[in-house]
Design a protein around this ligand. Structure first.
Ligand code: ARG
Length: 572
């Protein structure tokens, strides 16, 4: 009879990897930690491979000879060993594999780990008074996925939205508002109106020098910290913008622990400048203050104070990093920000290093590539940049059409279309290597076939439908005959690898690894129900075993998709 789920089986194929590594350690002078298993190049060669080179060197033998000697002498429970050249390959017994993976997927801690780190993930961070455009999508989606992945791995995750709500541009905006602002337009569509004012300001400022003066004065009023009209106006712009951003976050199902814009660090800026001064790193340069970074191999110095005495983006980042360190003592702090800001992150990190802040080593810039639309249009006919909510609306529209075509009887089409549209956009973003540019092609994003979010959502919904049609409770683990679940070998291997994929995705800060693992599960799952009848086989025991397999597939897909931020409808 199958053994009930126990804790060492909580992580899929890991149970076998541990067993194999222990046996190899016993048979050699290596420690378990030094034994690293690989994935065989060919699926047929089994689930794990051990390259014998290092081991052979220690034993003074030729790797191929050692591999074949080990293959014939080592005995590992439920594992078959074969030597292929210098590699020792391990193939798990089908029934043991199916049982352990099935048991794992039933556990709440499937794919969990105990990494016990405090991880800050700073992401999204749009600029107030400007629309969130497609460019902000990647930081938002990648940052949220990494946060969930780290959480699953046992980290204490702190999500921070570092809004761009401070800087001289707000002086311009307030000045523009005082001249041309319309209460009505602001109420109707805040961000659109603020953007209009900003554009107008720049146009007028070309011919009217007094505008620049007004803007400068307004920003000085803001930086004075006094409770004046300028501050009240700026505060209102911030709140109105945030309300619009929140609608996008709600659609993505994203929350933050702290929405702390750059302005939050405002009253720490003078102390930070004093600290930099005390560290002896400030240099005066034509009335401005800079930190020279040439010793750190960075040619461009970091500008921290302008000739007008105002602070800069980098000053506020130094303040934010320092304040977060003092407050959270993070083990790692990730900044999910586009690759175009690489120099900025190198600069303020190097500035902190120069000040002797050794904790700066825990800060990491997580860059990503651009999004490009195939139609070549990132802007509308009027030359306006397409906002993120417009992208989502269009995706949901297309999803609605697809759902109507596929399943006209579906009860809550609108809700499902929202889940499919948003999920499609999110998955498409995450299935690519983070640093590469993403080409956005509507048809490909929303296709129900191929490597897409809707395809995986559909596979999940299909499992739900089979389980519904069975009209019986999902068979419990102990009610299943182990030799009957082994049919889905490829599927169990793919599911059993999920925990490793989650760990790798976290370690490499690369959600793509998880997305790709899910695509393999989806493909194996589709093959499974195509090739194996689940319902109506006339064999009661077989039906129970296959239903349990389908249930495992459903759970595993749901877990992985939720970590990525892809909603999982039960019907579509
Ligand atoms: N607000 C900036 C932008 O939209 C991104 C902020 C990135 N984070 C940071 N700590 N500098 O470009």
């Amino acid at each position: 009879m199958p053994t009930p789920p126990s804790s060492h089986q909580g992580n899929g194929l890991d149970a076998f990897a541990t067993r194999i590594r222990q046996s190899l350690a016993e048979a050699s002078s290596l420690t378990v930690d030094a034994i690293l298993l690989e994935r065989p190049r060919q699926e047929l060669h089994g689930e794990f491979a051990f390259p014998c080179f290092r081991f052979a060197k220690a034993a003074g033998k030729n790797p191929a000879e050692l591999a074949s000697a080990l293959a014939s002498t080592l005995q590992i429970e439920d594992v078959e060993l074969t030597a292929v050249g210098p590699f020792l390959n391990f193939s798990i017994h089908p029934s043991a594999l199916a049982q352990v993976v099935l048991a794992s997927t039933l556990r709440d801690d499937f794919g969990c780990a105990q990494e016990n780190l405090t991880t800050i993930v700073e992401f999204s961070s749009p600029n107030i008074a400007k629309p969130m455009h497609v460019g902000h999508m990647r930081t938002t989606v990648i940052g949220a996925a990494l946060s969930r992945i780290f959480q699953r791995l046992g980290h204490k995750v702190i999500r921070i939205n570092h809004l761009g709500d401070w800087g001289s541009q707000f002086g311009k905006l307030v000045a523009a508002w005082q001249r041309w602002g319309s209460e009505e337009a602001l109420e109707a569509s805040p961000i659109a109106h603020l953007l209009e004012l900003y554009v107008h300001f720049h146009k007028e400022a070309e011919t009217d020098p007094s505008l620049a003066e007004e803007a400068k004065r307004a920003f000085q009023e803001l930086e004075s910290g006094e409770d004046n009209l300028t501050r009240a106006t700026w505060k209102r712009f911030t709140e109105l913008s945030l309300r619009e951003f929140q609608r996008v976050y709600d659609r993505f199902g994203i929350t933050f622990d702290y929405v702390r814009g750059e302005s939050w660090y405002e009253n720490q800026l003078q102390d930070v400048l004093a600290w930099l001064e005390g560290c002896g790193v400030l240099e005066e340069d034509d009335g401005a203050f800079i930190i020279d970074l040439s010793e750190e191999g960075i040619k461009t110095p970091c500008l921290v104070k302008t000739t007008h005495g105002t602070t800069l983006y980098a000053t506020r980042d130094i303040a934010a990093a320092k304040s977060r360190w003092e407050e959270f003592h993070f083990d790692q702090m990730l900044y999910v920000v586009g690759a175009e800001q690489t120099l900025h992150f190198q600069q303020f990190k190097a500035a902190l290093k120069k000040c002797g802040a050794s904790w700066q080593e825990r800060m990491e810039h997580i860059p990503f590539g651009l999004i490009r639309l195939t139609e070549g249009k990132l802007s509308t006919r009027e030359g306006r940049v397409i906002s993120l909510s417009e992208v989502l609306d269009r995706a949901v529209d297309l999803a609605q059409k697809a759902v109507e075509e596929k399943n006209p009887e579906l009860a809550d089409k609108k809700k499902v279309a929202e889940m499919v549209g948003v999920g499609a956009v999110v998955f498409h973003d995450l299935k690519h290597q983070r640093q590469k540019d993403v080409i956005f092609n509507w048809q490909e994003v929303l296709s129900f076939e191929g490597d897409t979010g809707p395809y995986l959502q559909y596979t999940h919904a299909r499992c739900c439908s089979i389980l519904r049609k069975a009209e019986r409770p999902i068979p419990s683990f102990s009610a299943i005959q182990p030799e009957l679940v082994q049919d889905g070998r490829d599927l169990f291997v793919a599911m059993g690898r999920l925990p490793q994929a989650i760990r790798d995705a976290g370690q490499k800060r690369e959600p793509m690894i998880l997305a790709q693992a899910l695509l393999r599960i989806g493909a194996a799952g589709n093959a499974f129900y195509r090739e194996h009848r689940v319902l109506g086989t006339g064999d009661e025991e077989l039906e129970k075993a296959r239903l349990a397999t389908i249930d495992a597939l459903r759970r595993t897909l749901a877990l992985g998709l939720e970590l990525l931020g892809v909603p999982v409808p039960e019907e579509m």
